[in-house]
Design a protein around this ligand. Structure first.
Ligand code: MG
Length: 370
């Protein structure tokens, strides 16, 4: 008779490589839980992240462009979904734990404050004397202290693998064992994703043209490859084909090098891989080509005077709102008033603001400051 169900362990024993993070090897959670009958531990992590308020609010947080520029471009949520998609592709091809990859991808930007990196810089300044601010570290605070499930304990009680992988994002000094390969994949997918979608958004929004981008060898080669395959495509079709190819080529190169090196290394398990310090990485010439594209995006898009001005105004609003909460702490929701008593008012006000969407932050500013 045909088997209709598989346990997670059976499924993973069949599909995952030896160097992958197997669910049966999980170190568990801070508060022990019994196993779920049909969901593995990292599936449960993914679901807890997906169902958290902080995750949903990513839809109202900007990636690079604010809502003033229409509704074509990426938000922090769609960026996250694209990262998850590309990371799962890489993870599946390398026979890694796709559930863990997905959980880490959905989690990776959950600590982002409103207004992207500009908001992060503003919060860091507000909290300079009070421990600073990092969106990666704030992701851990959300997971461990700010989110509440249906239990009487704060936090999502995620697996130690997810928490530890996020910790390696906070501290990138690189000493100690390498991050789990699943976490490395998410980091690499993040970079592939934003290079491609920021290029797409910038061209679509008319900030740069594909002709200007073609001065960068990586983009020029990509355009040539697209034209060889599809003929003389132009306009939107060319832009979309270039973005598709930028992702596809980078993923292909990474997999080619990664699969070859993994086959040669013959790691027996995930721990051995980590202890060896081996890192999944694109070839040096790919890293250099990406650096050129990122330099171009930095000069022409991220530092564009219009964007700099929008960000400067957002930073001012955020800082004014922060000051308002310091002067009138009774405006903070109860959870944050309680946290103020323990962690200090500045920290609690900063955490509250960090959780806001761009629009909610603007609304609070309009209501309380203006
Ligand atoms: Mg990201």
């Amino acid at each position: 008779m045909e088997r209709t169900t598989w346990t997670t362990a059976e499924r993973e024993a069949l599909l995952l490589a030896r160097y992958a993070t197997h669910s049966s090897d999980t170190r568990g959670r801070r508060i022990p839980e019994t196993e779920h009958p049909y969901r593995g531990p990292f599936q449960r992590d993914r679901d807890r992240i997906l169902h958290s308020a902080a995750f949903r609010r990513l839809s109202g947080k900007m990636q690079v462009f604010t809502g003033e520029r229409g509704d074509y471009h990426r938000t922090r949520l769609t960026h996250t979904q694209e990262v998850a998609s590309i990371a799962r592709t890489i993870g599946r091809a390398l026979r890694l734990n796709e559930d863990l990859v997905e959980a880490l991808a959905l989690f990776h930007d959950i600590g982002h404050p409103p207004f992207g990196h500009a908001g992060e810089d503003a919060l860091r300044e507000c909290l300079a004397e009070h421990g600073g601010f990092s969106h990666n570290r704030h992701g851990l605070t959300i997971a461990e202290e700010l989110e509440w499930r249906y239990t009487d304990q704060p936090g999502l009680n995620l697996s130690l693998e997810v928490l530890e992988s996020q910790t390696t994002r906070v501290d990138k000094r690189g000493d100690g064992p390498a991050p789990l390969l699943e976490a490395q994949v998410v980091d690499l997918a993040d970079s592939i994703t934003y290079d491609a979608h920021d290029t797409d958004d910038a061209v679509k929004l008319g900030m740069v043209t594909l002709d200007e981008l073609a001065t960068i060898p990586l983009v020029r080669d990509t355009i040539d490859a697209v034209r060889r395959r599809y003929g003389a495509v132009t306009g939107h079709r060319l832009r979309k084909a270039v973005v598709h190819d930028l992702i596809d080529r980078q993923v292909g190169w990474l997999l080619e090098a990664g699969a070859r090196e993994l086959a040669e290394a013959r790691f027996h398990n995930a721990e051995e891989l980590r202890a060896s310090g081996w890192r999944l990485a694109p070839a040096p010439e790919v890293t250099e080509a990406k650096r050129e594209l990122e330099g171009f995006l930095y000069r022409r898009v991220y530092r564009h005077p219009d964007l700099v001005e929008v960000r400067r105004r957002a930073q001012r609003r955020l800082a004014e709102l922060f000051q308002t909460y310091l002067q009138r702490p009774e405006l903070l929701p109860e959870l944050y008033q309680r946290r103020a008593a323990i962690h200090g008012l500045e920290r609690a006000a900063g955490e509250y603001i960090a959780g806001m969407t761009d629009r909610f932050c603007d609304e609070q500013h309009a209501r309380l400051v203006e």
